[in-house]
Write a protein that binds this ligand. Structure first.
Ligand SMILES: Cc1ncc(COP(=O)(O)O)c(C=O)c1O
Length: 361
């Protein structure tokens, strides 16, 4: 039984695989493939993790009560409307497991976070992929039109991974008014901390009017705790209670709970790091414009290059300059915005790409 085909359901056997960002092959290579923060774990968070490391013979607090209280305080949102998970990816999986019925549909923007179609198919559903607009934005009108009797959920990703643009508050508010209240809307805000725009989404305000909305956040990006796996959702009490029922028991480990609480207490340092990335983003976008590149306006810590069939060539030129980028087949390449050295290498790779023979052909 070489591939386990007798054991697994067909929909499991045909799942697309999640492609993790490649690690640098040598220590000098800068990994710009997974949208991680370039900053090492803050010392006060490391101290909390070390202090908790002696008690790992015990199970963690199953209700993650301290963490949920800290999140509640931070967002001024009731504890009863907060769920936590082993990364926001686990929450995406759980929500879909809880609402998708066999053969039902989930409307998603595409391209977007590649975990969505995998989680939808694993839950027995069908992903209805609504193409982004040419500038990498959600086509909300088309998404609303894609909702049918068979729709069990809708996903929004703002800022959108991998293209970067964010939705406005008014856009999401108008969209929510078009979605029947019987259909959960998942608003994935993994990169919300990097948003700097007019009319940014304020999800707690939207949540007050829409019990079917769940806004997902993560400690993996701005808070720099990708290695610990912790995310959360803000939603209505009935939605949270349904999700708690299906949660993996003790799904958020003790170190992650302690570290996430410490991260929430470290707002000044976290916000300063986010500002540094945003400044790097402004500089990089100015340099890209000076080189003549047209890219979607990113509100996140990454930039998208729709290089199509030349994506592999660019990935290789990036590797030659000492950066690992994230290639999406023959669609394009996403590059994280991190340390200035990384941006310089990116700009050099882009210059080489432009002057390369293949690019001109
Ligand atoms: C849009 C989006 N949502 C969710 C996640 C997952 O984050 P976590 O590390 O919390 O599972 C990512 C990670 O890349 C992402 O890009």
């Amino acid at each position: 039984m070489e591939n386990g085909s007798v054991w697994f359901r067909d929909d499991v056997l045909t799942l697309p695989s999640y492609v993790p960002g490649k690690k640098g092959l040598d220590p000098d290579t800068i990994k710009l493939a997974s949208n991680e923060t370039p900053f090492p774990t803050l010392p006060q968070i490391q101290a909390v993790i070390s202090a908790a490391a002696g008690d790992l013979n015990r199970y963690p607090d199953m209700g993650a009560t301290d963490l949920i209280s800290a999140i509640a305080q931070f967002h001024e949102w009731p504890d009863s409307g907060i769920v936590v998970g082993n990364g926001s990816t686990a929450l995406i999986e759980k929500i879909l497991q809880a609402v998708v019925t066999p053969g039902s549909e989930v409307v998603i923007p595409w391209r977007s976070f590649e975990a969505y179609p995998i989680a939808i198919q694993a839950a027995g559903g069908i992903a209805v992929k609504v193409p982004l607009t040419p500038d990498g934005r959600h086509d909300l009108r088309a998404m609303a039109q894609a909702i049918t009797q068979n729709t069990r959920a809708v996903m929004l990703c703002s800022p959108n991974n991998p293209t970067g643009p964010a939705l406005t508050h008014s856009e999401v508010a108008a969209f929510l008014n078009e979605v029947p209240t019987t259909i959960p809307v998942v608003l994935d805000e993994a990169y919300i901390d990097f948003v700097e725009m007019e009319d940014p989404v304020n999800s707690p305000v939207l949540l007050r009017d829409h019990d079917n909305l769940i806004a997902l956040r993560t400690f993996s990006k701005a808070y720099g705790l990708a290695g610990l796996r912790c995310g959360y959702g803000l939603t209505s009490a009935p939605m949270a209670s349904g999700l708690r029922a299906i949660a993996t028991p003790f799904g958020v480990n003790a170190l992650a709970q302690a570290a996430a609480c410490a991260a929430l207490r470290s707002q000044p340092q976290v916000r300063a790091q986010v500002e540094t990335i945003k400044e790097e983003r402004s500089k990089l976008f100015a340099a890209l414009a000076a080189q003549g590149w047209q890219v979607p306006e990113s509100q996140a810590n990454f930039v998208w290059f729709g290089f199509g069939e030349r994506s592999l060539e660019f990935e290789e030129l990036g590797a030659a300059e000492g950066i690992t980028v994230r290639r999406y087949g023959d669609d394009g390449v996403r590059v994280s915005i991190a340390e200035p050295r990384g941006s310089l290498r990116l700009l050099r790779a882009l210059e080489n790409f432009r002057s390369s023979q293949k690019y001109q052909s």
